[in-house]
Design a protein around this ligand. Structure first.
Ligand code: PLP
Length: 392
């Protein structure tokens, strides 16, 4: 007998509770319509907000990047994996965000863990919004800093905690756009709370970068927020940018410090250089093609007014993330299956990703969708609302 013998029982319990996770196998490149299970469905669950993940120009850049640099980077950035392509991308990201420096990480999860851990430790405090992304929470927990939650977007609650006791360093950490709710952090209030309490603010703009702001600079628009307001800006490249990886942007000292101290930066293989080349092309497109953001905003308005008309309750979100909270996990899964039978792919998001009793359909819209796609989504939602609502 071993203490690990109950793993099959744990799996069985997850199944009973409707919390068992299964991966779906997709048989086509990412697009508004994807092949799955022998059929085709309209995809409303990717984070490819600008419809760039499969853009031909970015594909070509990626291929040219492979021809120029090969595939694997072969080492970490500090050994011999840091190429001119990575370096050029860091400079472009610094420009794009209006900050002196940027540091490329292999993914967003690593960037958040590495950055929070480098910045705070045993004698410090970290304050996190209750709905922060798992990677931000994990970063706070692993850092050994005193960990404080504050109620979602509740600055009064945050300030109470900040005032309670002083510490060496204090870091306030928040999603820019909350990944499962789609609402945006109260950035102005976070910045002034940081000021009043001598705390640094770190914003994870994974869902805002490329989607909001002039030329897609993100929520932390440099015209409004300086380095003193938001010293630590993090964003990912696997969502609106359509490639892979992540970065932190800030001042010279912050970036040099992360190079010395962020373990998730130091002890990991650099991204393939071709990803950097593809990302450079994507940044160009993001800045130039304002129509992608305009079109996306029009789709968001169309979806919201349509969903309200057929009686779905929406969360207060004007971002591409439009969740329908249904409550129980089983109900969310049943709805997701009913939608798939009607040709619409939306995954059910369940605890522990979201709080208990708030399982939901997390609908995401992208600039790749057409108005007709949104109308098909609305028609399917109207049908399942009638059929499934009775059974639950
Ligand atoms: C997706 C996401 C991450 C993780 O980024 P990856 O590059 O996918 O590892 C971090 N933070 C937030 C808010 C995210 O949504």
């Amino acid at each position: 007998m071993s203490a690990f013998d109950d793993i099959p029982d744990q799996l069985a319990r997850l199944k009973q509770r409707g919390m068992y996770r299964r991966r779906r196998v997709i048989d086509s490149a990412l697009a508004p319509e994807v092949a799955i299970g022998g059929g085709h469905v309209l995809n409303f669950c990717s984070n490819d907000y600008l419809g760039l993940a499969n853009d031909e120009r970015i594909r070509d850049a990626f291929k040219a990047g492979v021809d120029r640099w090969g595939v694997g980077a072969g080492a970490s950035h500090l050994v011999c994996g840091h190429t001119a392509a990575h370096h050029e991308l860091e400079e472009a990201l610094a420009d794009f965000t209006g900050r002196p420096r940027a540091l490329l990480f292999s993914n967003g999860y690593a960037a958040n863990l590495g950055t929070i851990n480098a910045l705070v430790g045993a004698h410090d405090r970290v304050f996190e919004d209750r709905l922060n992304h798992a990677s931000l929470l994990d970063g706070g927990w692993v850092s050994r800093a005193a960990f404080h939650w504050y109620e979602h977007a509740n600055i009064g609650d945050l300030e109470q905690g900040l005032a309670a006791q002083a510490s060496h360093r204090t870091l306030i950490v928040s999603d820019g756009t909350f990944s499962m709710d789609g609402d945006q952090a109260p950035l102005d209030e976070l910045v002034s709370a940081g000021r009043r309490h001598d705390a640094w603010v770190m914003i994870d703009d994974a869902h805002g970068f490329g989607v909001h702001g002039p030329r897609g600079c993100g929520l932390v628009d440099p015209a409004r927020y300086g380095l003193a307001d938001v010293p630590v800006l993090m964003a990912t490249l696997g969502k609106a940018v359509g490639t892979f990886g992540a970065f932190v942007a800030g001042d010279e000292a912050l970036i040099e410090f992360l190079i010395q101290r962020a373990r998730n930066y130091i002890y990991t293989t650099a991204l393939p250089s071709a990803v950097a080349v593809a990302t450079l092309k994507s940044l160009e497109i993001i800045a130039d093609e304002e129509w992608r953001r305009t079109h996306l905003q029009a789709l968001i308005r169309r979806f919201r007014s349509g969903a309200e008309r057929i009686g779905w309750d929406l969360l207060p979100s004007d971002t591409p993330i439009q969740p329908l909270v249904v409550g129980e996990s089983g109900h969310a899964v049943a709805l997701s299956q009913a939608l798939e039978a009607r040709g619409v792919l939306i995954t059910a998001i369940r605890p522990p990703t979201v709080p208990a009793g708030t399982a939901r359909l997390r609908i995401t819209l992208t600039a790749g969708h057409s108005e007709a796609d949104v109308d098909r989504l609305l028609a399917a939602l109207a049908e399942v609302r009638e059929t499934v609502a009775e059974g639950c």
